[in-house]
Design a protein around this ligand. Structure first.
Ligand SMILES: *[C@@H]1O[C@H](CO)[C@@H](O)[C@H](O)[C@H]1NC(C)=O
Ligand SMILES: *[C@@H]1O[C@H](CO)[C@@H](O)[C@H](O)[C@H]1NC(C)=O
Ligand SMILES: *[C@@H]1O[C@H](CO)[C@@H](O)[C@H](O)[C@H]1NC(C)=O
Length: 260
């Protein structure tokens, strides 16, 4: 016999879906989402319930990257679940900083085995969350970045033993500290997403595939952003609001962070 609130919680999952056009980003359920794709028809990104998204792609879809997370990012612990991976893709904690301009990945899973280390420079390793991660760096010339075509640096941590099950946690601060010690400092955080990306370029044959991802928990101390839900019966997200916003009760089921 399942308790009623739990039953409703189970039924409530997978009820919300909203497709996101290529190269769009925004906020939903207090999460930031971003999806960029070379070919808007070849891959589909769908926001689902609170912190969950799904990506599906066809053969030879070209490059895409999409995910759910936060803006700005921060040195937080992030948990995730992945469901039913098919086809080749990389699954990572992915983000950007400015000053210096850095694109970073903590690569958790490499579905399909396209080698991410080609062209990267080894910078040592660290141990975090039950695995050794290898650290790499790369210089990107005239690459696509959130501030337009730029030269920037890529930082990588690549997990040697993917978890593949359960609810893994990524303690991002361990990576940021190890990177800094290897001469790879971060700047001011831009967005940070739990990302799925297709790694074959347009010229590379890639399998069709799909991946569903649930960004499981918000870290302790994480507060909802403006307009996001911050309370209500059955709500399990953060009950605090970011600076200069206050949690305002709308009704029994919904409170929202509104500007002071
Ligand atoms: C998305 O942006 C990228 C990079 O600017 C561009 O190459 C690509 O054509 C865009 N995709 C679509 C579907 O417009
Ligand atoms: C990137 O660096 C190259 C030389 O290393 C330079 O020619 C190019 O203009 C730079 N690109 C940008 C966007 O500054
Ligand atoms: C909050 O408001 C104060 C005063 O207007 C401002 O100085 C500060 O930068 C704001 N903080 C954020 C996070 O927006």
């Amino acid at each position: 016999m399942i308790a009623l609130p739990l039953l409703f919680a189970l039924l409530a999952r997978f009820t919300f879906t909203a497709a996101v056009p290529a190269n769009e980003s925004g906020l939903i359920f207090g999460y930031f989402f971003a999806f960029s794709a070379d070919d808007g028809d070849a891959a589909t990104f769908t926001n689902e319930d609170d912190g969950e998204y799904a990506i599906q792609w066809g053969e030879n879809s070209g490059h895409f990257i999409g995910g759910a997370g936060w803006t700005p990012g921060s040195p937080q612990s992030i948990s995730y679940s992945t469901f039913s991976p098919v086809g080749n893709s990389w699954f990572s904690i992915y983000g950007w900083t400015t000053d210096p301009l850095v694109e970073y990945r903590i690569l958790e899973e490499n579905f399909g085995g396209v080698d991410p280390t080609v062209g990267l420079t080894s910078k040592g390793s660290l141990t975090s969350d039950g695995s050794v991660y290898d650290i790499y760096e790369a210089q990107i010339v005239d690459g696509v970045s959130p501030v337009g075509t730029s030269n920037f640096t890529q930082y990588w941590s690549i997990r040697q033993s993917p978890v593949n099950a359960g609810i893994p946690t990524v303690t991002t601060q361990n990576h940021f500290t190890a990177w800094a010690a290897a001469g790879m400092p971060l700047g001011t955080f831009g967005y940070q997403i739990v990302a799925t990306e297709q790694v074959g370029g347009a010229s590379t044959a890639t399998n069709a595939g799909s991946l569903s991802v649930l960004v499981r928990t918000r870290p302790a101390g994480f507060c909802a952003i403006e307009y996001a839900q911050c309370g209500g019966e059955g709500f399990t997200g953060p009950n605090c609001c970011v600076s200069n916003t206050t949690c305002v009760q709308n009704n029994q089921f919904f409170s929202q962070c509104l500007a002071d």
